[in-house]
Design a protein around this ligand. Structure first.
Ligand SMILES: *[C@@H]1O[C@H](CO)[C@@H](O)[C@H](O)[C@H]1NC(C)=O
Length: 306
């Protein structure tokens, strides 16, 4: 932006004396202050998870830099950032565009995708023996199960659908879901049940030796072969354990910014970024920026790795 002429600068000073709040506006507009303007960071912050679909580095801006993406794909991890998402019609769904972010082609035993539901849209069913977890990041959908019972799922709400349970998710306006699906690893004498909930209603759990806040969205009991963790970090907080483990992860950063270490690589990340972590990839996170970091994390549990 051009600096104001001496005359207009004088007018600004005079106005700022008359109207104190005017000074803030003029300073930010002249670029003396490099912090993001209020309208950028806070005006929409009342809307939960809005940064997932409106990231700070907007895909539309990154498209102006030829060939640039923050996305990375390596043998044992991947970072998939919004400017490299490719949406296409989701098989079996109507009026819905999907972007598969993690699939078995990478080595995972699950898929993770975003589903952009438009007006009058409807989900299809997952393949036979495949369980499904959906979490709403934007908009509202209606889940109808085989008993004909409806559940309204708003932002922050989620549902788990057991394998081979008939259901449909419909949307009148527009909604974005993050969806996880995997072939259910059945256990003798155990079955899973439909679960509907929202993060805000889940209790905080103990995290010995760690400072982050943890919620689990699914029961920890034996029938469930995965869980979805919601992990909150205040700016400056980080994982104490530099974890290496047999479990695999799919992660979506719902809020905030930070640095993720994966193997020997260190990545700045922001809300809207997705990460694939293969078994045994060294992993570590530090929350930075000005606001809370929150991520949603798939983790396989309760089964013998053999
Ligand atoms: C349908 O949803 C209702 C309410 O959540 C639940 O009680 C019922 O068990 C569900 N039906 C099936 C077949 O899961």
């Amino acid at each position: 932006m051009q600096s104001p002429s001496p005359v207009s600068a004088r007018i600004l000073v005079i106005l700022s004396i008359i109207i104190p709040s005017f000074m803030n506006v003029s300073v930010a507009d002249e670029g003396f202050c490099s912090a993001p303007s209020n309208s950028d960071s806070y005006s929409n912050s009342g809307r939960m998870y809005w940064k997932v679909t409106n990231p700070t580095l907007a895909p539309s801006h990154l498209r102006d830099l030829p060939g640039f993406t923050r996305s990375v794909y390596k043998r044992d991890h991947a970072l998939i950032t919004p400017e490299s998402h490719v949406f296409s019609p989701l098989p079996e769904w109507t009026n819905t565009l999907g972007a598969y972010l993690i699939t078995p082609a990478m080595g995972s035993h699950f898929v993770m995708y975003l589903a952009n539901m438009q007006g009058n849209s409807r989900s299809g069913l997952p393949p036979y023996d495949v369980e499904r977890f959906v979490f709403v990041v934007q908009g509202t959908v209606t889940l109808t199960n085989v008993s004909g019972v409806n559940h309204e799922l708003m932002v922050d709400s989620y549902a788990y659908l057991p394998p081979n349970s008939e259901h449909s998710i419909s949307c009148d306006a527009s909604a974005t879901l993050v969806v996880f699906e995997r072939r259910y690893a059945s256990l003798k004498n155990h079955i899973t049940e439909q679960i509907v909930g929202s993060t805000v209603k889940q209790p905080l759990l103990e995290t010995p030796g760690e400072v982050f806040e943890l919620r689990k969205l699914l029961p920890t009991s034996a029938p469930y072969d995965f869980n979805i963790h919601i992990m909150d970090f205040q700016p400056g907080e980080f994982l104490n354990v530099k974890e290496i483990h047999y479990n695999q992860h799919g992660l979506l950063l719902l809020e905030g910014q930070g640095i993720y270490r994966l193997g020997d690589s260190w990545y700045p990340i922001q809300a809207g970024d997705a990460i694939w972590m293969a078994p045994f990839v060294p992993q570590w996170y530090a929350a930075l920026g000005k606001t809370r970091s929150r991520y949603l994390l798939y983790k396989d549990v309760n089964r013998n790795p053999l």
